[in-house]
Ligand binder design. Sequence first.
Ligand SMILES: [Zn+2]
Length: 216
Amino acid sequence: MEYLVLNGHYNLMQNISEIDGLVKLISKLPGLGPKSAKRIVLKLINNRDELIKPMAKVLAEVYKNISRCKICGSLKSNLNGCNNCENNKNKYTKICVVENIADQWSIESSSIYQGYFHILGGTISSSNNQRKEDLLINSLVTRVKKDNIEEVILATSATVEGQTTAFYIQDSLKNTNVKISKLAQGLPVGGEIENLDDGTLISAFKNRTSIENGTD
Ligand SMILES: [Zn+2]
């Protein structure tokens, strides 16, 4: 088998279309360029039974069973329902709105917040095609009413898109009586939640400011 005798001459892999295709796919993953993708592919090929076979099976299962919850935006298994909202035994009075799951993980690991999460899955931006419907904002309004939520904490990034999105959400909630707050201004401009250190995040939560809500 010619690919087993490559000895690090990655360029030789290019002539096999299956391998070439896999390298291209893996280079699309975060933090990986073509060179590291080739090293990964070589590792996979040299460990067919230990890596490729179980990985192919797990990928097929993830593709089939994992989807985004249409209520809260989190990832869920279609077999068990959503742990973030449906199966959540705790009853909270707060919802924290974040752009993505990595942001939720950062906030959870800082232990500053106890409550539900709502994952937008992006921001409103003029430069991309993110549709407002995809951000599950209608579903957020429904959750606020249905779960008797007392406070919505907007934890979107300190970027133009993040702030535009926060404003749009605030507007969408104006007919509810919920208290709306946003993270303190201590956030560095352009700061994305997932990249903040715990200290900054905790202080931004503690010092969060209330936003005027309602039409009165
Ligand atoms: Zn959910």
